[in-house]
Design a binder for this molecule. Structure first.
Ligand SMILES: Cc1cc2nc3c(=O)[nH]c(=O)nc-3n(C[C@H](O)[C@H](O)[C@H](O)COP(=O)(O)O)c2cc1C
Length: 457
């Protein structure tokens, strides 16, 4: 009897502690949202109804950065601006606005960024009367994809169908093209009456030094995967797990080949910025421009131009939230940053890594580290699928399918899901497996609530 009583009291205390933890988490997330809203309101100061509404949909942070630069350019030119992510945009807000600037990136195969999922479903499924609204559109994309600027164009077409007027022709940016971005700045100048535009591009790179490079998968049947480490030269960088590094490539034959983006695999407290890069080969067998230079040509000790871009849509939840990390190949980079961040807390809500690669013998990237995290409890679960270890080819999505019930349990307990790695080979399969495990509506609900986040390429 007494033992029973103790058990009941113990269970009661555990439940109360758990509820307290959830309340604290919700409070923290709301506090962060409040801070962002306050920052946004600062831009709308004294703007009144004439404020230009800037709405952005960004998957990996470039569009978000341009949206904030747009807000600053308008503010500097004396025009009030209010900035909103698509996740917080609705028809009522559009009906009240008179001037709208949209910055819309495309992801997947012509798809909307995850944060815009609710707007697409709720608003773009209807045809509202927006004939009072004038808008300008900056669509970000990449011509190497079939549906170039697919989402930006869909937003523009929808606004046209709703009767909105265009302030100027759509500006479409191919792979960060500086000329198109300058054209957008020029259009902003016409709104503010300013004559000069500060140079937004090319990005101001910081100076880093390549200090270490190790092959992660010697003997693998797959392409070489390299771990690279860089130290800052004359600056004290700051970034968060989930952020992206833009590496400026050296000029070749007088041509500037631009930059390449990689998920950052370390934290500022490591003192180094670490990347995990696959050596790509072109159809003729020669090494890819950026990956070839970084993994083969650049010398240890050499200076490299690099800057870190905030990728808010892949930032971590508070540590007490359980986290499911899913990825393949060099996608381990973006997930490793999150695990390192969690390892800095005494207590977390638990973490589960599902990872896929080719062979256990050669491709168990960061194996020692992962095992140590599993032993210390940073990882509560670790499941890996190796597709070339004989038998049927099993990829990471098969792990999701196999553990569908447990995935659903974790989500019931409040887990957030993070996916990092290849779009084609992995994220579509993982998405389908998650849909099967949780149901289409539930997964959409998680996307809209920011609990399903992707950094895929
Ligand atoms: C996984 C992935 C899928 C993409 N799909 C498309 C696409 O279908 N059409 C397109 O024009 N651009 C596509 N892009 C290019 C992005 O739109 C472009 O890089 C953009 O600058 C990203 O902006 P963001 O950082 O605001 O998300 C894709 C990029 C990634 C990483």
């Amino acid at each position: 009897m007494t033992a029973d009583l103790f058990r009941w009291v113990g269970a009661g205390v555990a439940v109360l502690l758990w509820l307290g933890l959830i309340a604290l988490t919700v409070w923290r997330v709301r506090a962060a949202a409040r801070r962002a809203a306050e920052q946004a309101r600062a831009f709308a100061e004294a703007a009144g109804d004439e404020a230009v509404l800037i709405a952005f949909a960004s998957q990996t942070g470039f569009g978000e950065e341009l949206a904030w630069m747009t807000a600053r350019a308008l503010g500097d030119g004396g025009v009030g601006a209010r900035i909103l992510p698509f996740a917080e945009l609705d028809l009522e807000t559009l009906k009240r606005a008179r001037r709208l600037l949209v910055v819309a990136s495309t992801t997947g195969e012509g798809d909307a960024p995850d944060g815009a999922a609710r707007f697409v479903r709720q608003a773009m499924g209807t045809e509202a009367d927006l004939s009072h609204l004038s808008y300008g559109l900056l669509a970000l994309g990449d011509r190497s994809y079939d549906a170039f600027c697919g989402f930006g164009r869909a937003v523009g077409d929808w606004l046209d169908r709703c009767g909105a007027q265009t302030l100027f022709d759509r500006v479409e940016v191919d792979n960060g093209d500086a000329g198109a971005v300058r054209h957008w700045q020029h259009q902003l100048n016409l709104i503010t009456g300013a004559t000069a535009a500060p140079d937004w591009t090319p990005p101001a790179y910081d100076r880093w030094r390549l200090v270490k490079r190790t092959l992660l998968n010697a003997g693998s049947p797959g392409g070489e995967a390299w771990h690279l480490a860089f130290e800052p030269i004359d600056h004290a960088p700051d970034w968060a797990a989930g952020d992206i590094a833009e590496v400026g490539l050296p000029a070749r034959d007088g041509e500037q080949p631009g930059s390449r983006e990689y998920s950052v695999a370390s934290l500022p407290s490591d003192g180094r910025l670490e990347l995990c890069i696959r050596l790509m080969t072109r159809p003729d067998g020669t090494p890819g421009l950026a990956s070839g230079w970084l993994t083969q040509e650049a010398q240890i000790g050499q200076e490299v131009a690099l800057r870190v871009r905030a990728n808010r849509s892949f930032h971590a939840p508070p540590p007490e939230v359980p986290i499911i990390l899913i990825g393949n190949g060099t996608g381990i980079a973006g997930l490793r940053g999150h695990l390192k961040a969690r390892a800095r807390h005494d207590k977390t809500g638990g973490g589960w890594l599902l990872f896929g690669e080719r062979t256990r013998a050669h491709d168990a990237f960061y194996d020692e580290e992962l095992r140590a995290w599993r032993a210390s409890g940073v990882l509560t679960r670790l499941d890996r699928a190796f597709s070339r270890d004989g038998g049927e080819h099993r990829y990471v999505q098969a792990l999701v399918a196999e553990h569908a019930r447990t995935v659903a349990d974790w989500v019931d307990r409040g887990a957030w899901i993070y996916v990092c790695g290849s779009l084609e080979g992995m994220s579509k399969g993982v998405h389908a497996a998650l849909e099967a495990a949780l149901g289409e509506d539930r997964l959409l609900g998680l996307t809209e609530a920011g609990r399903y986040r992707r950094d895929v390429y």
